[in-house]
Design a protein around this ligand. Sequence first.
Ligand code: MLT
Length: 326
Amino acid sequence: MKLFSRVLAAVAALAGAAALVAPVRAQDYPTRSITMIVPFAAGGPTDVVARIVTAHMAQTVGQSIIIENVVGAGGTTATTRAARAANDGYTLITGHMGTHAAAVPLYPKLAYHPEKDFEPVALLAGTPILILARKDFPPQDLKEFIAYVKANTAKLNAAHAGIGSVSHVSCELLNSVLDIKPTGVPFNGTGPAMNALVGGQVDYMCDQIVNAVPQINGGTIKAYAVATPERNPSLPDLPTTAEAGLPAFQAQGWNAIFAPKGASPAVVAKLNAAASRALDDENVRKRLLDLGSAIPNPQERSPEALAALVHSEIAKWTPVLKQASN
Ligand code: MLT
């Protein structure tokens, strides 16, 4: 009996010590570099937003934040890996409306659930969707685009970043509204897809504004409309879809940081504060706004607000995508 009580006492002492260490560990976090998984190829909108914000966050938390581009399956390969990562705060992911909402109805056997397998950390940016085409695409405006793609749908190809990506689901909505079925051409991200559009190898694409502003201003692609109720300050001459005669096509992406389920509230709070501080930095704000991003206001930045956004976006895109697939 003596041995058992000695073992119990030792276990209690160890548990007590561990309990003391845990908060200290969270207080000291981070004590080494952090990996930020980006589920698409370098140079695309998710990568660009992640790099702009995490570069500032790293200064605040005092450790480097290393971007790791993990591609495939519309971002779900990376997101599955992030869901299974250690929840110690050293592996994070920059997910978005595709990986953490639209993928749910599109992948019946999805290996994660955005609401069950992640801790929401911070919303980074809203990214309005544009209708883009190669610069020698014949239509001169959205009305002509609609007539042209309806008349030529069998020979058209539309680029996207994989099933469930923002570029894929937003053009699924567009194609459903126009009742057309072009050939989808998948890429590992809309960085490479944009290269193909600039090169004229694909006809059109629905992409996040942050990936298109430089090309539009450089005249290397065509932009027909922005799918938000208001024009975007970074492209003041680009009409909204409503102005151009297609009010039914409204679409906006967003990017946000998630940690694996079980990451400590203290770690989440520290990362959330660093992200918010980045979004208040004038240089970070200028870079995001110049690329057409919508920067969340303080009320939209809490982990709870992000959880509510994920929930509402899953509810929004599920019927839209089921309708589009009919
Ligand atoms: C997408 O979902 O289309 C991605 O945002 C593309 C990307 O970031 O490369």
